[in-house]
Design a protein around this ligand. Structure first.
Ligand code: GDP
Length: 591
């Protein structure tokens, strides 16, 4: 008889998976024992054991493994967990799930958000929604659901990169005529990296060209196997245009929400995250917040990064003034003295005076913090030693599918009892900004094989301090990861900026090409350094300095306050207003 391990509690679906049998068989077996259960229902070990034994299995209890998995689960949903870390279980109360729409461009995210906004708003408020505040709530079967109104995985991941994960459930919108497209896959990767459950909204089923079966097959191919085919993923056919399937989608959200059972403590100090912020004519600075824990009240003093202020006015998503807002509630507030960024977290303090004092202290702290680097291959082992890290998160990009597969296979084999290698995303093509943001949000390292990174991706990698390592020999790539796991990598080098100059004029010199006439603003420039050319805050070129001139003379270095001419290897396209940033590469001490 085949032996299986069953945890203390198991859903009907999980039990079926353990036995490699259809959930229908399990439900039938339960029924013949007088138990009516649906596919997502939890049953206890004793019940599961009876069913499994009757279906021909020998059963052992899997208590420890269940406990270990719970631990993983804790790490899994870091953002809310962190917020709730100090809360007593007894103080926690259910809160509405927070939902984000992801998916390929033009598949209907915005249309679906619009339809949901207008069909299920609370009675009496339907006509009253005059303005968008970046989020709203709907009522379904007497229960609230919060929708974030910034669709797309860019916003989703940018927020995670800033340390805020507001989303509980992702709706992956896939057009039934177009099917799984590159951004569908990308969005699914981003949601999975965030450990956010995915519901697929199969949109545009009104179109004659729609082909749901084909899309379901494609979804299975990317690991989102429909429940109808014994998989885990709920796939809800909808049409934003014809307003079809909207109720089913909302019910699906409630079902997944039931499993997640999101909670918060309404009595705690209020904390949460900025969804949007802008300066509006006649209203001053308006900030949309999502309360994640506690209850925020009119008159509270908010502190958001370096900005603060007493809440002068507070509105719900319909624009109605309100006095207080509990967990999962989106609100717009005025009273802040500056514009915070989406993804910043907020808290409250006693008074504006206290806020001001904290801001002064934070500024010092932030200066120190910025030097902290997230995971790089080189320092992974050090973190492992300190017990901080047990998983090496990787994003793998390769030129062709044929090289991607052996790389991913070899990397996955490197996991051992102590450390695991987790590949958050593997795809063909150059490293993109989206990859970098995903890496930043998940502390991952990006490995490229026979691919490059575009300039925007490079600039993002530099500002987010994400490591991109590129290779053209598979063996070297695998070897580097292996060494990182064992702490044997060569020392790191880091770029240290030594000076910044502004391009004021561009000259053409015979036989030499174009020269940038610059003014040294801070630090110094050196003839033997390298330089970045930066335009509108974006990196446009990096190369060796090949010539440095002061008043026609070749010089070795140039100090702040002087004008000079510079040429950078193989670059000709200077424009006035560019910045030239001189840097040197230094070895970083391992210690
Ligand atoms: P987004 O880029 O994912 O936000 O997509 P949009 O919501 O902007 O929709 C893209 C286009 O598809 C628009 O022209 C919509 O009118 C159209 N569209 C959206 N949903 C449906 C649908 O259910 N059926 C049809 N036929 N068209 C739709």
């Amino acid at each position: 008889m085949a032996q299986i391990e069953i945890p203390d509690f198991v859903t009907v679906r999980e039990l079926a998976n353990i036995m490699s049998r259809s959930p229908i068989d399990v439900i039938k077996e339960l029924m013949s024992n007088g138990i009516m259960a649906n596919i997502n229902q939890q049953i206890d070990f004793d019940t599961a054991a009876i069913v499994a034994e009757e279906m021909g299995f020998e059963v052992v209890q899997q208590a420890e493994i269940a406990a270990a998995e719970e631990e993983v689960e804790e790490v899994d949903r870091p953002a809310w967990r962190q917020i709730l870390a100090d809360e007593e279980e007894a103080d926690l109360e259910p809160r509405p799930p927070v939902v984000t729409m992801l998916g390929h461009v033009d598949h209907g995210k915005t249309s679906l958000l619009d339809v949901l906004r207008h069909t299920n708003v609370q009675a009496g408020e339907a006509g009253g929604i005059t303005q968008h505040i970046g989020a709203y709530q709907v009522v379904q079967s007497g229960q609230l659901i919060t929708f974030l109104d910034t669709p797309g995985h860019e916003a989703f991941t940018a927020m995670r990169a800033r340390g805020a994960q507001a989303t509980d459930i992702a709706i992956l919108v896939v057009a039934a005529d177009d099917g799984v497209m590159p951004q569908t896959l990308e969005a699914a990767d981003h949601a999975r990296a965030a450990r956010v459950p995915i519901i697929v909204a199969l949109n545009k089923i009104d179109l004659p060209a729609s082909n749901p079966l084909r899309v379901m097959q494609q979804l299975s191919d990317i690991g989102l196997t429909p429940q109808e085919w014994d998989g885990e993923t709920m796939i809800i056919p909808v049409s934003a245009k014809e307003k079809l399937g909207v109720d089913d989608l909302l019910e699906a959200i409630l079902l997944v929400g039931e499993d997640l059972a999101p909670k918060a403590n309404p009595k705690a100090e209020p904390t949460g995250v900025v969804l949007e912020a802008s300066k509006e004519k006649g209203r001053g600075i308006m900030v949309t917040l999502l309360v994640q824990n506690g209850t925020l009240r009119h008159g509270d003093t908010l502190l958001i990064g370096p900005h603060y202020g007493r809440i002068k006015a507070m509105f719900d998503y319909t624009g109605k003034p309100i006095k207080e807002a509990g967990p999962s509630t989106p609100i717009a507030v005025s009273g802040l003295n500056g514009i915070p960024e989406a993804g910043d977290s907020f808290r409250t303090v006693e008074s504006e005076k206290v806020a001001r004092k904290i801001v002064d202290e934070i500024e010092v702290e932030v200066a120190g913090l910025q030097r902290q680097r997230p995971t790089s291959l080189d320092e992974f082992f050090a973190r492992l030693q300190e017990g901080e890290e047990k998983t090496l998160n990787l994003i793998v990009k390769a030129d062709v599918q044929g090289s991607l597969e052996p790389i991913v296979n070899s990397l996955e084999k490197l996991s051992n009892d102590e450390v695991s290698v987790e590949i958050l995303r593997s795809a063909t093509g150059n490293v993109t900004e989206s990859d970098v943001m995903l890496a930043s949000a998940s502390d991952a390292v990006i490995l490229g094989f026979n691919v490059g990174a575009d300039t925007i991706a490079l600039a993002a990698a530099s500002s987010e301090q994400v490591e991109i390592k590129t290779y053209n020999i598979i063996y070297h790539l695998i070897e580097d990861v292996e060494k990182a796991l064992k702490g044997m990598l060569e020392p790191t080098y880091e770029q240290v900026v030594i000076g910044r100059a502004e391009v004021r004029q561009v000259f053409r010199i015979r036989n030499l090409g174009r020269i940038a006439g610059c003014y040294m603003r801070t630090g110094e420039g050196r003839r033997n350094a390298q330089a970045h050319v930066i335009r509108n805050k974006k990196l446009v070129y990096t190369g060796n300095v090949t010539s440095l001139k002061h008043l026609q003379e070749n010089v070795r270095e140039i100090k702040a306050g002087f004008e000079f001419g510079v040429r950078i290897d193989n670059f000709d396209d200077y424009q006035s207003g560019d910045f030239v940033e001189f840097f040197v590469t230094q070895k970083v001490d391992a210690a």
